[in-house]
Ligand binder design. Sequence first.
Ligand SMILES: C[S@@+](CC[C@H](N)C(=O)[O-])C[C@H]1O[C@@H](n2cnc3c(N)ncnc32)[C@H](O)[C@@H]1O
Length: 278
Amino acid sequence: MTDHFPPNIDMETPSIARMYDFLLGGKDNFEADRKACEALADGIPELVSFANDNRAYLSRAVEHVAAQGVEQFLDLGAGLPTANNTHHAAQRANPRARVLYVDHDPIVLAHGRALISDSAETAFLLADIRDTDEILGAPETTRLIDMDQPVCVMLVSLLHCLPDDSDPFGMVRSLMGRLAPGSCVIFSHIVSDDPDSATWMTDKILSFGTPWGRVRSPEEASVVFEGLELSSPWLDGRDEGPRAVDCATWRMPGSEPRFRPESPEVKLWELAGVAFKR
Ligand SMILES: C[S@@+](CC[C@H](N)C(=O)[O-])C[C@H]1O[C@@H](n2cnc3c(N)ncnc32)[C@H](O)[C@@H]1O
């Protein structure tokens, strides 16, 4: 079914938004996206749980941040809407929460607007996250986001989509520098400390012709937290062990936070953390 897709969509080249939608069990994807996911799953058998663990982390992290009193969310690289979107999670903890969804994929904008109509609490913006000035100056942003109040910048499963020459971490540093104290990041990033696995995944995605960045090491990805104060990944807030952890274990009931997956067979995971500007 393609009748509900916007015109001029490239259906032959897999898109990250549509591949992720497929992995989460969605229907807004094409054969090229499904085949790309199958090819990736050959080397990463846990790919579906990988995506679902990340999405579940997003909800837990948003609820956590909203419960700390943050009311404004800039969901960068938001992806296609699913059952439990950022404003649902945020408004569970704080009914006054407002969310600006930003993505560069036109399908996200079309489906976002169809499924979640713009309201006093939400809007969708089609933009490349590297265009910070354009995003911060857009009418959708100025309507929803008060720059004098804390903002939660969401970078969930996003920065590995950007190559090093885009300077993704410099972009985040400069964005955080413009936000009020009490602002924070919700972050996850595909990482590996096995260079062969990292290269395999990166090369595989680039071989589809899909614009992408790369899998980074946990140390490289952790640069995002520089100058910020990481929250405890424990449900009870205790101060013990690493604070950036495998997303599947971040404030996960019944699980201890772990820096990397329990099984040494699992070479790739999403490093996750929530960090505040004080
Ligand atoms: C893996 S999905 C993650 C979706 C959502 N953040 C989540 O974690 O559930 C990555 C999303 O980032 C978007 N994206 C990638 N590069 C982008 C860019 N330069 N500007 C805006 N969005 C981008 C993709 O279109 C895709 O929807």
